[in-house]
Ligand binder design. Sequence first.
Ligand code: SF4
Ligand code: SF4
Length: 235
Amino acid sequence: MDTITSIKSSEIKQKAPLRPIESLTDMCMACGTCSAGCPLTGIEGFDPRKIVRMVLMGMDKELIESKLPWLCTMCGKCEYACPMGINIVSIIRTARGMVKRENVPGMIHKGVELCLKTGNNIGLPKEDFIFIIEDVGEELAGESGFSDFKIPFDKNGANLLHTLHNKLVNTQNEDLKHWWKIFHIAKEDWTIPSQNWEGVNWGLFSGDDEAMKCFVGRIVENMEKLEIANLMYPE
Ligand code: SF4
Ligand code: SF4
């Protein structure tokens, strides 16, 4: 009868870069609490417990080459629920970072490249951004009770820096007005940066650490330059 060959822990580690902290995945007791809390469990074969087990078994390559890491919304419910404190979201994000950039699905890597070049994920030139935002602001000023509404670009010393989700600038401009109405009625002292206004960090979602740091750094730079203490981040 064939015997089962045991695999040494050090051998798994060599083959499995997703296991830099062995003790974490090794502690999984397959209870399924993460799967029960995950909104995606069962969709296209997705299951966070399966992901943890794949890492535990040294199946990094299979995981990285699968679509599983990209199905996750990174909401963190699984990790919050896990009784063993396993860093499931970090595992998934690390797996994403190990995918060749040209194989990143959808448009998020393209958005990262555009953001690095232009300061926003849709590659909108500064003058077009200002035109769109001022246009929506003028529409709001036409509504009853908002006649004195103006968009405060790059206001030094404001209380709040308002970064924007690119989809609100691109296709869902009307939703911007909800925020602005609240600011106006609450007499908030706010401002929008005319450059590097992107509030969605696709470096975070695509597993690209360098890009993520760059985008965070730009927001910090805007806050320091304009001497602003508070940030509104739409994600
Ligand atoms: S909740 Fe934690 S311990 Fe339970 S299966 Fe998921 S990862 Fe493993
Ligand atoms: S972070 Fe991903 S795996 Fe965890 S619960 Fe949310 S969607 Fe599911």
